[in-house]
Design a protein around this ligand. Structure first.
Ligand SMILES: [Zn+2]
Ligand SMILES: [Zn+2]
Length: 109
């Protein structure tokens, strides 16, 4: 039985958000921005090409090109790109042990 325990209260339009909601949204947006920033920079510096298999990418499949951190540290993002390597999803998966990549990409490692 899956009935909602929430009382059917009318939401005040434009009412204040709870702090928790705001904090989660802010953190999520910041993490996303951080990730997009270094990815964009790495693509700019190293080009739209896999450093391992030399596969080239364009707008249609660019999402398959990922940024690998040479030292495995997500937070080490020098602006000169020296810690980044652009790897296609397959080579990136290969570079890491199976199963670890998911954690790595999710930033939980
Ligand atoms: Zn590759
Ligand atoms: Zn990697």
């Amino acid at each position: 039985m899956t009935r909602s325990f929430r009382p059917s209260r009318h939401r005040r339009p434009g009412g204040p958000k709870t702090n928790a909601e705001e904090i989660i949204q802010t953190a999520r947006a910041a993490a996303q921005t951080r990730q997009q920033n270094y990815r964009a920079r790495s693509l700019e510096i190293h080009g739209w090409i896999c450093a391992k298999c030399a596969r080239e990418f364009d707008e249609s499949n660019l999402h398959l090109l990922t940024v690998h951190h040479r030292d495995g540290n997500h937070n080490n993002n020098p602006p000169d790109g020296s810690n980044w390597e652009n790897l296609c999803a397959y080579c990136h998966d290969d570079e890491h042990s199976r199963g670890i990549l998911a954690d790595y990409l999710a930033g939980t490692k």
